[in-house]
Design a protein around this ligand. Structure first.
Ligand code: GUN
Ligand code: FE
Length: 500
């Protein structure tokens, strides 16, 4: 019998591309028949979104080399379907491990969360009011409790607070949980606390999640609560330097974990700290993350605090923080002039639709950003977003775009369809985090940061597949109803980091 598997996937192109150096075929080592311990073959169905409007479905095998510890795709062979054929087509040694995804599954690029607050994870689903009130009522108490025994979170505690133990519990869980959702990379906000921020970096490295780790800078004495702030611009800088040192000590290559400069948002920092942080980011070529134009009350506050700047985004630009290494979260209320400025500087926006709906912030005009040339990825913004799942965020990106297109005179061009939201959660995230060409697909030279999605068992999984659906439709059904129960295995840099 010819299976759906063969019928649908026979369409893939039969190309063997190779990223091996030119002397590969004549290399004596490679001509031996002994398996190379640093190599694995992945065999099955591969689905990805190389462009915003292409859902590419291929059958075949890829060869991943971990010889240098990085887990890079060295060669691909489309249209092979047996381990023996894969080994031959890829020029691999006999005995090379072949990891097979079954007929009901597929490999999909790992999700990239362009904006997530690790310390807010325990607050998922807890909201009241809008951004500025919510920060004071929920966010600052929770974040401070991971570093400060005098946090208001402990006001009624009957036991002695242990902030570091709390950080350990929360951060270990965030990483485990996001890996189980297929998030292979994340740009994390931590807290102001140095030991807890260092711990988040150590845990990401240990558990194998690719992560930018940002100590949250908050030196504005008027805006931030007394129990949760840096003491001065110098204090913010020195504490940031301490976390950078730790992160670069534990991962000198920066391949898996790297520091990211994190002025929380314009109201929480000062002119002095912004200038010093920009200089630091520039000198050390570090990435930068901040919030911008999320909420109308926040935009008004920034205009009052920084009357000398032309706009919210202008505040960051005036201080040297708007660069082609900068991620701005939200961008809901950016003016056309701000969008043009973001595009001109090559900065990116992490679109956080679940958060924007939950906090009543508004609807981000994603199409306008994309059309203006701004790089866009997705952010869960947990716990402004109620879920730390990028898949959930992707479907929310679709939904809010549909509402916007209706609101704007039923303008269908404003919709962001399924293929494009998947693109934003993978390729878009790769661009946003400076990993373009290295993450988000299955081309030779890309890193094996991949999730294996499993569909077809409705006893144990949330997506009901009847068996007659083609793979285009199955992917759509997964996007609407899938969750972590469909994530079978997850790899980062060729290392298995999660198994259901
Ligand atoms: N702006 C400043 N801090 C935060 C935060 O923690 N979450 C969100 N959504 N917006 C912010
Ligand atoms: Fe945020």
């Amino acid at each position: 019998m010819v299976s759906i598997f063969t019928l649908v996937l026979g369409l893939g192109c039969a190309v063997i591309a190779s990223a091996h150096p030119p002397n590969y075929h004549s290399s004596p080592d490679r001509l031996t028949s002994r398996a190379n311990a640093g190599e694995q073959i992945f065999l099955g169905r591969f689905i990805s979104t190389p462009t915003p409007d292409e859902l590419l479905i291929q059958q075949g095998a890829v060869l991943v080399s971990s010889a240098d510890g990085r887990g890079v795709i060295n060669a691909v062979a489309w249209n092979v379907s047996s381990p023996a054929a894969a080994i031959t087509a890829l020029g691999a040694a006999n005995g090379t491990t072949v990891v097979t995804s079954n007929d009901q599954g597929f490999f999909f690029p790992g999700f990239i969360d362009g904006h997530i607050h690790a310390p807010q994870y325990p607050n998922l689903g807890l909201f009241a009011g809008t951004l500025l009130d919510w920060l004071q009522a929920y966010t600052f108490p929770m974040e401070s409790s991971l570093g400060n025994a005098s946090s208001p979170m402990y006001a009624n505690s009957t036991t002695t607070p242990d902030p570091f133990a709390r950080a350990q519990a929360v951060y270990a869980h965030v990483i485990d949980k996001t890996l189980s959702y297929g998030t292979t990379s994340a740009a994390y906000y931590a807290t102001v606390d140095v030991p807890a921020t260092n711990l988040l970096a150590s845990l990401a490295l240990q558990k194998g999640q690719r992560a930018y780790i940002g100590r949250t800078c908050m030196d504005n004495q008027e805006y931030n609560p007394e129990y949760y702030r840096d003491e001065s611009p110098e204090d913010a800088l020195n504490k940031t330097l301490a976390t950078i040192k730790h992160i670069q000590d534990i991962d000198p290559s920066g391949e898996l974990v790297a520091p990211i400069i994190t002025p929380r948002f314009a109201p929480a920092v000062t002119n002095q700290s912004m200038t010093m942080l920009a200089e630091l980011a520039n000198n050390m070529s570090l990435r930068i993350q901040a919030h911008a134009d999320e909420n109308v009350g926040e935009v008004k506050l920034v205009a009052e605090m920084y009357p000398e700047s032309s706009s919210y985004v202008g505040v960051y630009d005036d201080h040297g923080l708007l660069t082609n290494r900068t991620i701005l979260a939200h961008g809901v209320h950016m003016t056309d002039a701000e969008i043009a400025l973001v595009a001109a500087r090559g900065a990116g926006v992490a679109h956080c639709p679940a958060s924007n709906s939950a906090l009543g912030s508004g609807i981000c005009h994603v199409r306008k950003l994309i059309d203006a040339g701004v790089t866009v990825g997705l952010g869960t913004d947990a716990a402004g977003g109620y879920s730390a799942s990028v898949l959930e965020t992707a479907r929310q990106a679709f939904l809010v775009s549909r509402l916007l297109s209706f609101q704007e005179g039923q303008n269908a061009s404003l919709s962001v369809p399924v293929t494009e939201v998947l693109y934003l959660g993978t390729m878009g995230g790769a661009k946003l985090t400076g990993m373009e060409g290295r993450l988000g697909g299955f081309a030779p030279g890309m890193l094996w940061d991949v999730q294996e999605i499993q569909l077809g068992n409705w006893e144990t999984e949330p997506v009901d597949i009847f068996g007659w659906e083609n793979w285009h439709d199955r992917v759509h059904k997964w996007v609407w109803n899938g969750d972590d129960r469909n994530v079978n295995r997850v790899w980062v840099g060729g290392r298995l980091v999660h198994q259901k």
